[in-house]
Design a protein around this ligand. Structure first.
Ligand SMILES: [Zn+2]
Length: 274
């Protein structure tokens, strides 16, 4: 593996690196198109400055991926809200994608509403379902003692099939960012491209949690010696993901064996088995 590179620190170098000839749209292959600016990580998730594809994605493809960006945002929305990560054009974050929990930044600061049930509740004019009736949160508990209140809950993570597709969309963008748009039309990229665009094929992501920092980190793609397929490692809000562009998922299988043998804690393969 190559050593990881922090994208934020690489931005000066990247303007030289990103000198590629214009090429067809990396997703649909259209030869001529109005390019639209694509943030490799959605802006609402704090895309590092300059970490964009400015001439490689047609407007139609960019707009068509909105549902994947929303799936990604939903998984990280609680983190962005609690971490006060600004939305597009510097807007304050809000928590809107869940049905039992709602958050807004008001003049008084962040305001978070969770419906602990059993009945319905309302916040900011919106109805909230009881958490127990949704898949939003688990192990919700509330304890008040001596003027202190403690709310605890766990968030289910990664069980939306679109989430894995969305991760691969980011990883594909990372590959194009580092290697140039020509890589997108190589035969080794066809399967992963189809998975992101149409949801066809079975691709998994290795998730390794554990970092206490909520940072982003995007490594250049790497390729194991015995394969033609790329893999991309990336950290989003302190959670590490490895995406394997091999439709046979051989690197994923190898990592699973390794992590099991090492008795590594806090990892899983997404999507989860049902
Ligand atoms: Zn396109």
């Amino acid at each position: 593996m190559e050593s990881p590179v922090n994208v934020a620190e690489e931005m000066t170098a990247s303007s030289q690196r990103r000198c590629f000839d214009s090429a067809p749209c990396i997703w649909c292959g259209a030869a001529t198109f109005d390019p639209s600016l694509e943030h490799i990580l959605p802006e609402a998730l704090g895309c590092p400055p300059g970490f964009v594809l400015s001439n490689d994605v047609c407007a139609k493809c960019n707009n068509g991926f909105g549902h994947l960006d929303r799936a990604l945002l939903r998984q990280f929305e609680l983190i962005t809200f609690l971490g006060n990560v600004p939305r597009k054009r510097g807007k304050a974050p809000s928590l809107d994608s869940w049905s039992s929990i709602l958050g807004r930044y008001t003049e008084a600061g962040p305001e978070l509403h969770i419906n602990g049930g059993p009945g319905p509740a309302e916040a900011f004019g919106k109805r909230l379902k009881p958490a127990q009736a949704t898949k939003d949160l688990e192990n919700l508990s509330f304890k008040a003692t001596d003027g202190f209140a403690t709310v605890k809950f766990s968030q289910r993570f990664g069980d939306d099939p679109k989430f894995v597709r969305a991760l691969y969309k980011v990883a594909f963008g990372v590959a194009v960012y580092w290697l140039g748009p020509a890589v997108a039309s190589t035969p080794e990229m066809a399967a992963v491209k189809k998975f992101v665009r149409k949801g066809r094929g079975e691709f998994s992501a290795v998730l390794i949690a554990g970092s206490r920092r909520h940072d982003h980190h995007f490594e250049p793609p790497y390729r194991e010696e015995d394969t033609a397929y790329l893999a991309v490692g990336m950290r989003i809000f302190g959670i590490d993901f490895v995406t394997d562009f091999d439709p046979g998922q051989r690197l994923t299988a190898k990592m699973e064996t390794l992590l099991t043998a090492q008795r590594h804690q806090n990892w899983t393969i997404l999507p989860p088995c049902r």
